[in-house]
Design a protein around this ligand. Structure first.
Ligand code: GLN
Length: 251
């Protein structure tokens, strides 16, 4: 009898240990992002990754009882890291486009965005997307982004000497501010945020693309994507999305 109880005790301990090591319902999902893209993803004074996207994915995780680990990486490696299972989810103000959709599975769109031109505040040349090439202007962009695709369209190829491909969005603005570039091409809400915080720059003309952001998972992972899409629909319905929007963009 005593032996029986002891055995039961051991079995219970093993079960508890297994539950602690991931046998429990709480899954830890690794979320990849590039945290120099305010207000979507940036770092606070304690180096925590915060932003609109981060609040969004945390709310989605809350509905699904997931635990998240947010990982900062270069934007241009995010899709590859997803394909090789180093991360489970990408949320990085990532524009849904056909080429990317061949490699990953995108959620329903969750944000509308546009590319725009940013120049120094004292810029007085007439600069438009259509005359950048004929003026031979230097463009700074973040590598692998739709801004860099726009620059590629302007100069015919991504390796053109007049295109500076930077790993981080903030580095593109540094190039502009220090006169090593004439124009930054980047998503408008992010341009506005950098201009507000760094000063000395302005947006020129009208935005010239129509884009929508999506959350991405590995191609074929429809089970995870269904949960993300249901959560997105729920939060757009119950006001949680609006609350997060208000927090990061005001009214
Ligand atoms: N929306 C742009 C893209 O998807 C930029 C994203 C980013 O730099 N985080 O390419």
């Amino acid at each position: 009898m005593a032996k029986g109880f002891a055995l039961l005790g051991v079995i219970l301990l093993v079960c508890a240990a297994l539950a602690g090591c991931g046998g429990s319902k709480q899954e830890v999902l690794r979320v990849g992002t590039e945290a120099t893209f305010p207000p979507f993803e940036t770092t606070d004074e304690n180096d925590n990754i915060v932003g609109f996207d981060i609040d969004l994915i945390k709310k989605i995780a809350e509905y699904n009882e997931w635990e998240l680990e947010i990982v900062h990486m270069d934007f241009h490696v995010l899709i590859e890291e997803l394909s090789t299972d180093k991360i489970d989810i990408v949320i990085a103000a990532m524009t849904i486009d056909e080429e990317r959709a061949e490699k990953v599975l995108f959620s329903e769109p969750y944000f509308d965005a546009y590319q725009c031109l940013v120049v120094r505040e004292d810029e007085d040349r007439d600069i438009t997307v259509d005359n950048i090439a004929e003026q031979g202007l230097i463009i700074a962009v973040q590598m692998g982004t739709t801004g860099s695709f726009a620059a590629e369209d302007i100069y015919g190829n991504a390796d053109h000497p007049n295109i500076k491909q930077l790993k981080r969005a903030n580095e593109a603005f540094m190039e502009l501010k220090s006169n090593r570039a004439d124009v930054v091409i980047i998503d408008k809400p992010v341009a506005e945020n950098y201009i507000r915080h760094l000063g000395g720059m302005k947006i020129l003309g009208q935005p010239f693309t129509n884009e929508q952001y999506g959350i991405a998972v590995k191609k074929g992972n429809t089970e995870l994507m269904d949960k993300i899409n249901s959560a997105l629909a729920k939060m757009k319905d119950n006001g949680d999305y609006d609350a997060i929007f208000k927090k990061w963009f005001g009214e």
